[in-house]
Design a protein. Structure first.
Length: 195
């Protein structure tokens, strides 16, 4: 009988351990696994959004300006910067002087970099958005040149009209002077000629 009691006790203990393990798994392991899977999906989703963005997006460590994460466009833009440009950019980001900066790269590409500070993997970082504004800058320069050309054309036109007006008035004034001299009585004409 003692053996039967021991076997029953072992079976009950095993069933109890199995039930506790199953309950522990349902309450702890399965939710933790689901959370980890959701976190991984969220991370992959964010990476795909960053990779497909039409602008450069990167995460820079504020301590030294190291590129932690970036899409291909941002990687290419950051490679255009000289070492001095990167140091200056890191100083601006660390100093929090402004939230954006315009940079002219060594190959004459105009970049506008805007950023916000955040934390990523227990580090202080700056989330940066890099946009190539070269086309806009060229368009602005072109518009300025066209405005200057229009102003110069307007000044030339004004000068031309003033000259033509003067040239037209001078003979007319001479003709009216001669006419007035001719129309005067003879006595006044002799006095005018004598003058």
């Amino acid at each position: 009988m003692l053996i039967i009691n021991a076997i029953v006790l072992n079976i009950l203990s095993g069933a109890m351990l199995f039930a506790l393990a199953r309950m522990y798994e349902r309450r702890i392991f399965i939710p933790a696994e689901n959370d980890a899977q959701r976190l991984e999906e969220h991370e992959q989703f964010n990476r795909k959004i960053v990779a497909s963005a039409p602008v450069g997006i990167c995460i820079l460590r504020t301590a030294d300006g190291t590129n932690i994460l970036s899409n291909e466009l941002a990687h290419n833009y950051l490679n255009m910067l000289t070492h001095e440009d990167r140091q200056r950019l890191t100083q601006i980001i660390c100093g929090q002087q402004v939230n954006f900066v315009d940079v002219l790269t060594s190959n004459h590409t105009n970049l506008q970099i805007s950023f916000v500070h955040s934390r990523y993997r227990n580090e202080n970082v700056a989330i940066c958005v890099l946009v190539d504004v070269s086309a806009r800058v060229k368009m602005e320069e072109s518009l300025q040149e066209m405005a200057q050309a229009a102003e110069q054309a307007s000044q030339s036109k004004s000068m031309f009209l003033a000259t033509v007006s003067h040239e037209l008035r001078t003979p007319r004034c001479m003709a009216s002077s001669v006419t007035s001299i001719c129309c005067r009585p003879k006595r006044c004409r002799k006095a005018s000629i004598a003058l």
